[in-house]
Design a protein around this ligand. Structure first.
Ligand SMILES: N[C@@H](CCC(=O)N[C@@H](CS)C(=O)NCC(=O)O)C(=O)O
Length: 308
């Protein structure tokens, strides 16, 4: 198996994973698909991530990429053509994700959870409610916000609709990162909202664009078992070179024992700092089952601190 073999740990219903699946399609990559549980515990994933529980996770040998920001950045670096930034759109295009994955996602997840709640298993709501709305989550509170969230979505989907009125894709003639960032939320809402088709029908340009993005597909996925993925990690060595970040505002140094976790909360992953930059942090950790792995995170949206 090639050293560059991309393995995506995800599940079909995961909207955030759909963002990455579309990027894999844009780059027409062959990749391995490992289906993970929708709820913790995720015993075949934890040896790879060291505790990070969100979906999706990408694995390339013994390098493990957490969070779609980090996954997509790594895909663009390893497989630069076709680029996710046609027309030289690199840089601020990443900022679009701070809107779509932030306030827009929050509105969409509110509507989606309310829509799903009548048929949702209690343990799913008990997990996702606090995950997205904090420890004081109550279904009544998010029901009370439903109409306001839908009004917010109408405004924001309207901006996207306007953007593709005279363009095939968000950046022009070719698909790019902003398409993936927008598409997964349209996909999510249309899948989870009972009257989704009716709501979305007001965005005529966006609906035509949705079909164009859908037609790109997901590249060439092939199923792989979780055990095989673990075996691959245990036989491989991390390929990431050591890289210091002399300008790091936190003053972190290579070799420091650090803890890293999503700013929204979640289990801390610990290890020795191995590679650091403005956008990326990678730690080395030793796992009983898979041996030495390098776990990568984005810096935006994550808290890091020196432990010793
Ligand atoms: N910032 C993360 C968010 C990931 C996220 O919230 N994923 C959802 C699935 S769509 C999730 O992890 N849900 C809980 C789970 O799968 O256990 C990313 O971009 O990867």
């Amino acid at each position: 198996m090639s050293q560059d073999q991309v393995i995506l740990h995800h599940y079909p219903q995961s909207p955030v994973s759909e963002k990455v699946r579309v990027v894999l399609g844009m780059k027409n990559l062959a990749w391995k698909s490992v289906e993970i549980p929708r709820l913790p515990p995720k015993p075949k994933l934890m040896p790879l991530t060291g505790g990070y529980r969100l979906t999706p996770v990408m694995q390339i040998g013994a390098d493990i990429y957490c969070d779609t920001q980090c996954i997509i950045r790594a895909l663009e670096q390893r497989f630069p053509e076709p680029t996710l930034f046609p027309g030289g759109a690199a840089g601020m295009a990443w900022g679009v994700g701070q809107w779509t994955d932030g306030p827009l996602f929050q509105d969409v997840i509110n509507v989606a959870l309310v829509e799903m709640s009548p048929n949702m298993p209690a343990e799913f709501l008990a997990d996702r409610g606090p995950l997205y709305f904090g420890p004081d989550f109550s279904l009544d509170d998010i029901k009370a916000k439903y109409a306001q969230c839908l009004a917010n979505i109408r405004a924001q989907f309207g901006w996207m609709d306007e953007r593709v009125a005279a363009r095939a894709f968000m950046l022009g003639d070719h698909p790019g990162l902003p398409d993936a960032l927008a598409y997964y939320l349209v996909w999510f809402l249309s899948d989870r909202m009972a009257a989704g088709d009716e709501f979305l029908s007001q965005f005529r340009n966006l609906m035509a664009w949705e079909q164009r993005v859908k037609a790109i597909g997901h590249g060439q996925p092939e199923d792989m078992s979780d055990l095989e993925a673990l075996q691959i990690a245990s036989k491989a060595n991390p390929q990431t070179p050591e890289q210091a970040d002399p300008g790091d505002p936190l003053g972190l140094n290579i070799g420091d024992q650090i803890g890293i976790e999503p700013a929204s909360g979640g289990p801390q992953v610990t290890g020795r700092l191995h590679s650091l930059s403005a956008n990326h942090a990678a730690i080395l950790r030793q796992d009983d089952q898979v041996g030495r792995v390098c776990v990568h995170f984005p810096r935006m949206g994550y808290r890091m601190k020196r432990l010793a």
